[in-house]
Design a protein around this ligand. Structure first.
Ligand SMILES: [Zn+2]
Ligand SMILES: [Zn+2]
Length: 71
């Protein structure tokens, strides 16, 4: 199994796992997929930024807004 860290994004309240070390199976898989159990090695808090999903959705909204203004 692979090693993960769990990040708590304080501004949006979400948590996001991040792989920090591939196991033998994931390393040999072309897509680095792992079907083993998750091994959370550490947890920490991110106070400065929101999770990637929130940042992405924010950028999408911003993008569609600027598109709208062009029209
Ligand atoms: Zn693994
Ligand atoms: Zn979020």
């Amino acid at each position: 199994m692979c090693y993960y860290e769990k990040i708590h994004f304080v501004p949006c309240g979400h948590t996001e796992p991040r792989r920090i070390q591939y196991c033998h199976f994931a390393r040999n898989d072309p897509n680095h997929q792992c079907f083993g159990a998750w091994n959370i090695k550490r947890e920490w808090e991110q106070h400065e930024s929101e999770c990637n999903k929130c940042i992405e959705s924010r950028q999408t909204v911003h993008f569609s807004k600027s598109q709208y203004q062009v029209r």
